[in-house]
Write a new protein. Structure first.
Length: 322
């Protein structure tokens, strides 16, 4: 397995370089000038001479391939640039915001799995029952529901009307006992985690149900039933393992979706994470910050594919690493 992972990582390096070149070109060719924006925000503090020095420092007047090579060299040396919006190094912003995004996305991913797996299994085991029809209706309803509208709906209901949960932010308390701080953090996490996770639950429930029904129709399942094994034994001992193999793979491949969906969810709930940071970087023409956020998303996507391949081989012994 170690050699397989090394080969996959080595093969991902040229892909990352290609993605970085494309992303850099798209950002560089986008309308707007970050230095001009900086001068418009504070024309007295930023003189034309300072703008000229910055243009020379960032090689903004050089050809695009030359600018890309200078940028790539700086990134490989650990210099991710300076944020024109927040007036701090991009690395400091990423380090401060990444834990919040990881907390939100991992929680939403786990919530999605914990909800989708049992509902999908029960729906397949009780095929064409009232429960199955209800789950199917709810899944299609959730799939057709825009996350933005769903987010505002939860805010209006649980934060404005019922006043059970806070409207947004990551925390209110700054001092207190560890238990009080933890409860405050969880209360702020519930709504964005639910909106980000339950939208994907509808898709996973349908996939779990379809995969399990396909396995239950195979010959070895009928043979197990003919030998006298009960429905619960057939489901738990024979069908579940094979049916959940593709489900776990899809769940691993969907990890980048949660980081991409965090752009909308974090913006709605004022959650200080990477998604909101990416949105503000694009809106504010903060090119260095936008480049960093997009490249982190690309790295995460490639890593998720690697995790999915390894996970598939772990749960299915028929898969070979050679």
């Amino acid at each position: 397995m170690g050699a397989y992972i090394v080969r996959r990582v080595a093969g991902a390096i040229p892909l990352l370089l290609l993605i970085s070149a494309i992303v850099f070109s798209l950002i560089a060719l986008a309308p707007g000038d970050p230095l001009l924006t900086m001068r418009m925000e504070n024309p007295r503090a930023v003189s034309p001479e300072a703008i000229a020095r910055l243009r020379a420092y960032y090689h903004l007047d050089d050809p695009l391939p030359v600018r890309y090579l200078y940028w790539l060299k700086s990134v490989l040396q650990g210099d991710w640039g300076y944020s024109s919006t927040y007036k701090v190094p991009v690395k400091d912003l990423v380090v401060s915001r990444m834990p919040n995004t990881l907390l939100l996305t991992v929680s939403a991913w786990l919530l999605g799995l914990l909800v989708a797996l049992p509902i999908g299994i029960i729906s397949a085991a009780r095929k064409y029952s009232i429960f199955d029809y209800g789950v199917t209706f709810a899944a299609f309803l959730a799939l057709s529901m825009p996350p933005v509208w769903f987010g505002f709906l939860t805010i209006m209901l649980f934060a404005v009307q019922l006043k059970w949960l806070p409207i947004g932010g990551v925390a209110e308390l700054t001092h207190g006992t560890a238990g009080a701080l933890l409860v405050d953090r969880i209360r702020h996490l519930i709504l964005p985690m639910t909106v980000l996770g339950l939208v994907q639950v509808a898709y996973w429930v349908r996939y779990v149900r379809t995969s399990l029904l396909e396995v239950l129709g195979m010959d070895y399942i009928r043979t197990a039933k003919a030998k006298g094994l009960g429905d619960r034994g057939v489901l738990l001992k024979h069908a579940m393992r094979n049916a959940l193999i593709p489900v776990l793979t899809i769940a691993a491949l969907d990890i980048p979706y949660f980081f991409g969906g965090a752009v909308v969810v974090e913006t709605i709930f004022s959650w200080p994470g990477m998604g909101r940071l990416m949105y503000q970087a694009v809106i504010g023409s903060d090119y260095n910050l936008a480049l960093c956020c997009l490249m982190l998303l690309a790295v995460l996507t490639i890593a998720s594919n690697l995790v999915a391949d390894v996970l598939y081989a772990v749960v299915d012994p028929r898969v070979s690493y050679s």
